[in-house]
Design a protein around this ligand. Structure first.
Ligand code: G4F
Length: 289
């Protein structure tokens, strides 16, 4: 383990110079969209300029380090779905603006300095390890805690925005694949299926036979000043070039996450999510949620 910070260019340079890594997967960020409205300057520094610090350190090191930038579907913002590599960016949050900066820096270091630098433009990817303040995990934890009588209500912002939610382990595999290509390039990664926050709520509550209307309440404090409403990936390019197709679709994702949170709450899971994982990902991470 080496310690560093995305706001500390000297430390990043030292680490890269000493380790001389073959590949860097840059996933570090202030990654919460709502938080970025409260901390725009910090978000720009870490999620935007942090990328420039790593790219510059790689360039100065003179090593042939390959670089993966965790770009985000949030960069499309107001651009209508489906979004692909040619779609214009129209960011609607300080987080998304910072990510657009990082995207272009990655592209420019590829074009200008011939670095093997790639953008994976990933749509939302979730799992039982998702942070508790992101909407999917907040919902699945609430379902489990309501069943366990540890929570009475679930407070959310708007239920209307639509997202393209996939399963994070499959997206991590594709990050690796992106850096194994002969040519550095940028790729959109998503399932192509679109669902609203309400769809997620309905699916999670009905999976355990609860009526969501009895538990979900709106709290305006979760409303964002500007919102991204319509995300769905057109992943034709990565399907064609890398032959990547996700196995986990929306219904299975919800079940996997609810089962895991039921187990964490000390309950017996319904089991359909666990069963799906056993079948499609034998001997894999599902044991460790
Ligand atoms: O789960 P979210 O906070 O994820 P969001 O904003 O889509 O961003 C995530 O995905 C991006 C990829 O597109 C990443 F780049 C980013 O780092 C992050 O991982 O919110 C999803 C939707 C939003 O429309 C939000 O307004 O859910 C809505 N929502 C409604 N109530 C809520 C809540 N979101 C949160 N976090 N908490 C709520 O109570």
């Amino acid at each position: 383990m080496h310690y560093g910070d995305l706001s500390d260019s000297e430390q990043i340079s030292n680490i890269l110079y000493n380790i001389m890594p073959q590949e860097v997967y840059h996933l570090g960020a202030q990654s919460h969209v709502m938080v970025s409205f409260s901390m725009p300057e910090y978000t720009a520094n870490v999620s935007g300029i942090g990328t420039a610090r790593i790219l510059e350190a790689i360039r100065r090191s003179g090593n042939h380090t390959k670089f993966y930038q965790a770009s985000s579907s949030e960069m499309f913002g107001r651009t209508p779905s489906p979004q692909n590599e040619e779609s214009p960016f129209s960011p609607t949050s300080p987080y998304a603006v910072a990510k657009v900066y990082a995207y272009w820096m990655t592209k420019n270091y590829r074009l200008g300095y011939n670095l093997f630098a790639c953008n994976g433009i990933l749509f939302n990817h979730e799992s039982p390890r998702r942070g508790e303040i992101f909407v999917t995990r907040k919902i699945t934890m609430a379902v489990a805690n309501i069943l366990a009588k540890k929570q009475q209500f679930l407070y959310l912002g708007t239920l209307e925005p639509k997202r393209d939610w996939g399963f994070a382990p499959e997206y991590v595999e594709v990050m690796y694949q992106i850096l194994q290509q002969e040519k550095a390039d940028d790729f959109v990664v998503g399932t192509g299926q679109q669902h609203s926050v309400l769809d997620f709520v309905e699916k999670a509550f009905s999976y355990v036979n609860l009526r969501w209307q009895d538990y979900v309440k709106c709290d305006e404090k979760y409303l964002r000043p500007t919102e991204t409403n319509d995300l769905a990936a057109d992943s034709s390019k990565i399907k064609k070039i890398i032959r990547w197709t996700p196995k986990v679709q929306f219904d299975d994702l919800v079940k996997i996450m609810v089962d895991a949170d039921m187990r964490k709450a000390g309950l017996q899971p319904i089991g359909e999510g666990d069963e799906f994982l056993r079948k499609h990902f034998p001997n894999r991470w599902w044991k460790t949620d």
